[in-house]
Design a protein around this ligand. Structure first.
Ligand code: 5GP
Length: 205
């Protein structure tokens, strides 16, 4: 009774610790992680093919033309997109795939893949969020300002998500996100095919 994999969309405010949470979900629970392409410049320590595939704008546009993305969006003046080939291959193999993407991309995914689980990560408060962004030290003040403005916009979209998880304690947050995914996969509507087969098998015994 093979099941196709599920897409798990994780969004959240800039600086909320999405990257760390997602890495732990991969390590602790074996989820597949989709690596996005972006036209943003690499931050210190970021490696091409690990955090992102770093692309020129021209290469990114070509990938759009060749239907290379299942979704793409512009965020703070840069392009970001989810490569199609990896996601389709992993889902077909029955793996659950995590996409760490922003709101426009999340909604786009939900309309194409209605079974996708949409999770929004938030800090316990706006104050904590701003302090984390400053503390990260990777962005200059103008960019922080832009990202906080964007956070205000993103807060308007929080109610488009199915689950809101607070990242206060990292271990707890990772457990909570996994619990959400497990709970969703156990829902009746996710198991219609399984039930049919089970009923048929029982009758045939
Ligand atoms: P950052 O520049 O901080 O790595 O990412 C900026 C934003 O882009 C984050 O909200 C991140 O989740 C989002 N993002 C990363 N990859 C993708 C993608 O492939 N598609 C979309 N729509 N958003 C992405």
């Amino acid at each position: 009774m093979e099941k196709k994999g599920t897409l798990i969309v994780i969004s959240g405010f800039s600086g909320v610790g999405k990257g760390t949470v997602v890495k732990r979900l991969v390590q602790d629970y074996g989820y597949s992680l989709s690596i996005s392409a972006t036209t943003r410049a690499p931050r210190e320590g970021e490696v091409d093919g690990r955090e992102y595939y770093f692309k020129s704008k021209e290469d990114f546009m070509n990938l759009i033309d060749y239907n290379g993305f299942i979704e793409w969006a512009v965020y703070v003046e840069n392009y970001y997109g989810t490569p199609r080939a990896f996601v389709e291959k992993e889902l077909a193999a029955g793996h659950n795939v995590i996409l760490e993407i922003e709101v426009q991309g999340a909604l786009n995914i939900k309309s194409q893949y209605p079974d996708a689980v949409l999770i929004f990560l938030t800090a316990p408060s706006a104050e904590v969020l701003k302090n984390r962004l400053i503390g990260r030290g990777t962005e200059d003040p103008a960019v922080i300002e832009k990202r906080m403005k964007r956070a205000v916009e993103e807060s308007e979209d929080m109610d488009q998500y199915e689950y809101i998880v607070v990242n206060d304690d990292l271990d707890q947050c990772v457990k909570d996100v996994n619990s959400v995914i497990v709970a969703k996969s156990c829902r009746l509507e996710e198991n219609i095919e399984f039930m049919k087969e089970m009923k048929a098998e029982l009758k045939a015994l």
